[in-house]
Every structure is written in structure tokens, then in C-alpha cells.
Design a protein around this ligand. Structure first.
Ligand code: ADP
Length: 435
């Protein structure tokens, strides 16, 4: 089993691994009630999660659940249940944790709108386990997983090669990547419970926070404006140029500057001679275009996908989603060009992180792997839906010193669909084998 708590939704799934790189997945998804994101106690949130796990088991694994419950009732000693009746669960928890064991990690801080101070510093696996125990569920939290690590492992399962996937990366709301590193190369002092027999460890890079102190990334005035108006100025600087949460906002800030500039005729209301720049546009005054975060990155995918001269689909979308009235063809072309530049820059910056990890692993230069692809699993709406995102990454990889055209051809980037769920379940399975 796997559960995923990462933001808006809580996902529960069970996965049958067929052992031949395929799997069957059953899943349910529920929105997390807003009041539980800021509950008084951690117990309230985790009790809700446990209840969802129970509902899922009853619905999709009723027979096993009933058999377990019947058996449990006839047992005299608690805890003596048959091992094969117990589901091993991977817990994907995409908040900062200090991981101190395969199924142990303390919450460092909440992000993404969650705020339950009582949970900070506590082991999130134990919190979930204790609530599931209260409901007598036949489930053991066997592994705590970051979504990037789940993606890496899932891709290694579905796309087996000589060395498995080298990198699991997310390009969704945020961006991050995890890869396998040699222990000898890890400089950070390691603590906690870990197995060093393989000489390797999965590293969660948290690359979204690259450039927090450096200021080496090229910046436009719109990058600066976005950062200054964000809740965490100076933080997650790389992510703010690359991931889905931010690209739409960069585009929106560019558009606003164009509206304000009297020399640029862009989505203009030709009949207006108002002094208020908003009224000189043909954009409805309630359009989300005028609000921070009001432009969803998905419209950039619509723009990139519409390659007709008249841009009918994009113009329709501008009208329905953003209340731009009767957008002119030229204006839609301008919108598409700017959105395309922002998307292309994001893909090229994504290639920097990917290329750096590929070079760090040394796989391209390894003579033993000469004819093998260097496999990368990716997940997230941006990389999945933005047209040509992966092509643009490849184009940029070919320009990286040490990779080049030939190297770029060997780098295979594939979508790891349901990656974090499948990966978390796989990790739970491996962890169960080590108990
Ligand atoms: P999460 O990363 O939270 O698990 P997703 O992978 O679905 O979720 O990513 C959500 C982000 O992707 C949002 O910022 C959204 O604006 C963006 N997004 C959603 N659909 C698209 C699309 N079709 N094209 C580009 N970006 C998209």
C-alpha cells in the first residue's frame, strides 16, 4: 500500500506488482479539509488519514479486511496477527522531515498552507501508525518516502536497465530531484539508522532551493517582482523560475507591465481613454489576470500546443479563463511568444539540474555502460502536459559541456506515471524484507 500527503489531496492506493515491470493500481483520493490543515492537534489530522485508509480497505480489500478483523477478534493476545495479513505501507510525505530511519522521520516545519504546531518535531510515521492502530487496521507503516525518491524507484521498476533509473525528478507545483549517490562522496555527516552495505544512498537534493544565497541565476525584473511579493523572499530561487506554481505568475507580471505601458498596444480597448490602465484593456475587471497567482500555468500549455496561424484554441481559452474579450490574433501571438520564452527558459534550467546529476553519477563516461541509456523518471503536471518540455530539456542537455549531442541522445527521460505511489509501495516492500 501507499499513501500520499503532499498538499491539497490525500491519496491512498494499493498496488499489485506483477514482477515483470508492470503493476495494477487501485486508488482513492480525498481533499484534505482546510480546518484539518490548521487543526489544534496532529492527532486530528492523522485520525482523518487513518479513517480514509480504513474506508479504502473496506471498499477495495473487503475480504482481507474482514478476515483479518474476524481473526483478530478471536485472538487472545494482541499483536499476534499473522504477518501475511498485514499490509506494508509506504508513506509519501512531501514536507521537510529529518529522516532518521526507513520508517521514521520528524517534521521540521509545515509548508503549503499546513500549520499544526503540535506536530513539529514529532515522528510522522508514528503519528499515522498510532491512529491506524486505534482503528485496528492491518497496516504497518514500513517506509517514509519523499515523492522524488518514489519516482526514482518507480521508474527503476517500470523501465529496467543495467543500472536502473539514475534520477527521479518532479516538475509540478514545485521541483525537486533525487538520485543514487556513493556513500564515499557524501560529505554531510550521516546520522540515524541506515544500511551501508551497498555503499550507496539515495540523495534528496531539494534542488528547488538552489541559489538561495548565491544569486547566480539570471534574473529579470519580473523574477525579482515575483520573489519580493512571495511569502518566502530569497528562498526557493531556482524553483521560482522552473515550476508550475510560478511560471504563470511570471507571465502575468510581464502582461501587466505591457498593459501599463502606453507605447505598447496589447489587448487594448480601442474605445477607452480612461486614466486607469486596467480600463484601457479589453480584459474584464474581475479577471484573475489582475490578481497575484491569478494565471494558471496550464494556459501556457494551451499556448504552446496551438500552432495554427489564427490561434483559435488559445484565443478561446483567453476569453473563457481570463475574460479577455475578443482577443486579436496579433495579441494572442504575442502572448504565445512570451509564454513560450518563459516555458523554454524553465525547460533549459531544468536541464541544468538534470545535466548536473547525470555528470555527477559518471554514468555517461562509464565504459561498462557505453551502450546503455541513462534513464530518468519524471513526474508532475508541467513536464507531463507542457508540449515539447522534454524536447527542450534534451536540446539544452546537448549544449552542456561533458554531455554534448551524443551524451544527450543516451539520456532517456520518461514519465513515471503514479510514480510516487508505486515507488512508495516498492520501498515498503523492500523495507518489509529487511524487518
Ligand atoms: P503536485 O506537484 O502538487 O503534486 P501537479 O503535478 O499536478 O501537482 O502540479 C500542479 C502544478 O502544475 C500547478 O502549479 C499547475 O499550475 C501546473 N499545471 C497543471 N496543469 C498544467 C498543464 N496542463 N500545463 C502546465 N502546467 C500545469
Amino acid at each position: 500500500m501507499a499513501v500520499d500527503l503532499g498538499g491539497t489531496n490525500f491519496r491512498v492506493c494499493s498496488i499489485r506488482l506483477n514482477g515483470d515491470s508492470t503493476f495494477n493500481l487501485t486508488f482513492s483520493k480525498v481533499a484534505i479539509p482546510k480546518e484539518l490543515m490548521v487543526a489544534e492537534t496532529a492527532q486530528e489530522l492523522f485520525a482523518f488519514l487513518a479513517e480514509e485508509v480504513k474506508n479504502f480497505l473496506k471498499k477495495h480489500h473487503g475480504n482481507q479486511f474482514e478476515a483479518y478483523t474476524r481473526r483478530r477478534l478471536t485472538m487472545s493476545a494482541p499483536g499476534g496477527f499473522r504477518d501475511e495479513h498485514i499490509f506494508r505501507m509506504g508513506f509519501t510525505f512531501s514536507f521537510p522531515v529529518q529522516q532518521i530511519g526507513i520508517n521514521k522521520g520528524t517534521l521540521i516545519r509545515w509548508t503549503k498552507g499546513f500549520d499544526i504546531p503540535d506536530a513539529v518535531g514529532r515522528d510522522v510515521c508514528a503519528l499515522l501508525q498510532s491512529e491506524m492502530n486505534k482503528l485496528h487496521l492491518p497496516v504497518k507503516v514500513a517506509a517514509l518516502v519523499n515523492d522524488t525518491v518514489g519516482t526514482l524507484v518507480a521508474r527503476s521498476y517500470t523501465s529496467p536497465g543495467k543500472s536502473g533509473a539514475v534520477l527521479g525528478a518532479i516538475f509540478g507545483t514545485g521541483t525537486n530531484g533525487a538520485y543514487v549517490e556513493k556513500l564515499s562522496k557524501i560529505k554531510k555527516p550521516l546520522s540515524g539508522d541506515y544500511d551501508n552495505s551497498t555503499g550507496e544512498m539515495v540523495m534528496n537534493t531539494e534542488w528547488g532551493s538552489f541559489d538561495n544565497q548565491l544569486n547566480v541565476l539570471p534574473s529579470t525584473s519580473w523574477d525579482k517582482a515575483l520573489d519580493e511579493a512571495s511569502v518566502n523572499p530569497g528562498i526557493q530561487m531556482y524553483e521560482k523560475r522552473v515550476s508550475g506554481m510560478f511560471l504563470g505568475e511570471i507571465l502575468r507580471l510581464v502582461l501587466i507591465d505591457m498593459f501599463k505601458n502606453p507605447k505598447i498596444s496589447f489587448f487594448k480597448d480601442e474605445d477607452s481613454n480612461s486614466n486607469d490602465w486596467r480600463s484601457t484593456t479589453n480584459v474584464g475587471e474581475n479577471s484573475s489576470l489582475f490578481k497575484q497567482w491569478g494565471l494558471d500555468t496550464s494556459i501556457m500549455s494551451v499556448a504552446a500546443a496551438d500552432n495554427t496561424p489564427e490561434l483559435g484554441t488559445l484565443r478561446q481559452e483567453l476569453e473563457s479563463a481570463l475574460h479577455v474579450y475578443a482577443p486579436a490574433q496579433d495579441d494572442a501571438q504575442a502572448f504565445k511568444a512570451i509564454a513560450g520564452a518563459i516555458g523554454r527558459r524553465a525547460a533549459r534550467l531544468a536541464a541544468v539540474a538534470i545535466g548536473a546529476i547525470v555528470l555527477q553519477t559518471g554514468k555517461l563516461a562509464d565504459p561498462g555502460l557505453k551502450d546503455e541509456p541513462v534513464d530518468i523518471g519524471v513526474d508532475g503536471s508541467l513536464v507531463e502536459h507542457y508540449p515539447y518540455f522534454r524536447d527542450m530539456i534534451h536540446e539544452a542537455l546537448a549544449a552542456v559541456d561533458g554531455i554534448g549531442e551524443e551524451g544527450a541522445k543516451r539520456i532517456r527521460i520518461g514519465i513515471a506515471k503514479d510514480g510516487s505511489g508505486v515507488g512508495a509501495a516498492l520501498i515498503a516492500l523492500v523495507a518489509a524484507g529487511m524487518e
